[in-house]
Unconditional design. Structure first.
Length: 425
């Protein structure tokens, strides 16, 4: 029997490292999906008074309720059983789940002992793909040394040594954008980017695919983002070397300005973005999930023959997103004309929900002094009155909701996880 036959005959077993927000909700996703017939979860330490404490943590969630009600509705009963306390074995809705409580360093987990081919790394700590598997503080490559064939990281890569670039066996993929670029013969470490980059990519892609909006001059985005576990409940003393002091302030009581790498990560999954001056920032607010991307885009626009209308209007923008949603068979992009508030969309299974009623555009002329532009042909300069060119531009503002925990990000990473695993077979 060849290696391919062996892979096809194996029961699909998934490894998840960490039971943080994304790790726990990934477990929910895959228990409900039932593609993987067994799941191994590493938490690397004892928790509470034993396996019962862990089972209760898995079962209950402050945002989404209990796992059984989330999957099956209000009349459903509990679906978690403790099978073996000592071995960490649970049965969750018929899926065998083993909780590992010994190793924190990925290289020591021993995935090969459990038949795990694919690991989803959810700690948020092992983001540097250039570090050796034996790094004393741990490395994402340690999962490969521990037996995994591929690792999917639930965040963007972050290389500490700025003189190094990402290794050739790494790739950043977003389901529905560029996930088909995965090559099992080459890619060992995959970044699923971030929740914000996932939503942003699905907002930008329809614009680049449309002739009237593909010529983007500049773009920027702000995400009005729900709180994450990297922030402090109450004011906290910063760690040594910490530069962003705002994140140590109480999220209960503040709107907190911070940064995001969404623009940089976006260029890795949509290369056309590299030629656009794209800026991004994040505004953290005290809610537990459902975030909002405010995308600002400027286009050079053509006027129609009557000189009164541009080729890009609010209707143009909304029609682009409406058509994109209609041809999207997986409903990764939803176009809404309802007057939503954030809680209306918690858990919505979509990468982005476009808020059609609130999108808008404005048209203006920009006077460009071409004498300030290098290498302009002399003929153009002499043909422009006072060296001034009047250029029509359209500024568009687009709003998109995304459930930064389960609905948008965990579901899309779950889709990517299944796609990658099928590619290994």
């Amino acid at each position: 029997m060849g290696s391919v036959d062996v892979l096809e005959s194996k029961r699909p077993v998934l490894g998840i490292n960490s039971l943080g927000r994304i790790g726990k909700l990934s477990l929910w996703h895959h228990v409900g999906r039932k593609y993987f017939q067994e799941i191994i979860v590493n938490i690397g330490r004892d928790s509470g008074t034993g396996l019962n404490s862990i089972a209760q943590f898995i079962e209950k969630d402050v945002t989404y309720g209990t796992i059984h009600k989330f999957l099956y509705g209000i009349k459903s009963g509990r679906i978690i059983q403790i099978v073996d306390e000592k071995k960490g074995k649970l049965l969750i809705d018929g899926i065998p789940v083993t909780i590992l409580r010994e190793a924190r360093n990925p290289v020591d987990i021993g995935w090969r002992n459990y038949g795990v081919d694919l690991v989803v790394e959810c700690t948020g700590k092992f983001r540097d793909p250039t570090l050796a598997p034996e790094d004393p503080k741990g490395s994402i490559k340690g999962h490969l040394a521990s037996g995994a064939k591929v690792v999917i990281n639930s965040s963007a890569f972050k290389i500490k040594n700025k003189s190094l670039s990402s290794p050739s066996d790494t790739v950043t993929l977003i389901y529905g954008i560029n996930h088909t670029a995965f090559n099992y013969k080459r890619h060992l470490i995959v970044s699923a980017a971030s929740c914000t980059t996932t939503g942003l990519a699905h907002m930008v892609k329809p614009l680049l695919e449309n002739a009237e909006t593909s010529k983007i001059l500049t773009a920027s985005m702000s995400t009005v983002h729900a709180v994450t576990n990297t922030q402090s409940v109450l004011d906290n003393l910063p760690k040594a070397g910490e530069k962003d002091l705002r994140k140590n302030r109480s999220i209960f009581n503040n709107i907190i300005l911070t940064s995001t790498n969404a623009a940089e990560a976006l260029s890795q999954v949509i290369p056309e973005v590299k030629s656009i001056g794209f800026m991004a920032d994040s505004i953290r607010i005290p809610i537990n999930t459902e975030s909002l991307i405010v995308l600002n885009v400027t286009f050079q626009s053509q006027f129609h023959e009557d000189g009164t209308r541009t080729s890009v209007t609010t209707k143009t923008m909304n029609d682009i997103y409406k058509k994109a949603s209609e041809k999207d068979l997986e409903h990764l992009l939803i176009y809404s004309t309802e007057q939503n508030v954030s809680t209306d969309l918690i858990g919505t299974n979509a990468a982005i929900v476009i808020e059609g009623q609130f999108n808008h555009t404005r048209t203006a002329f920009i006077d460009v002094d071409i004498s300030q532009i290098p290498n302009i042909p002399a003929g153009i300069k002499t043909g422009a009155p006072k060296n001034i060119l009047r250029i029509p531009v359209v500024h568009a503002k687009v709003f998109g909701w995304y459930d930064n925990e389960y609905g948008s990000y965990t579901n899309r990473m779950g889709d990517l996880t299944v796609y990658v695993h099928k590619s290994l077979r």
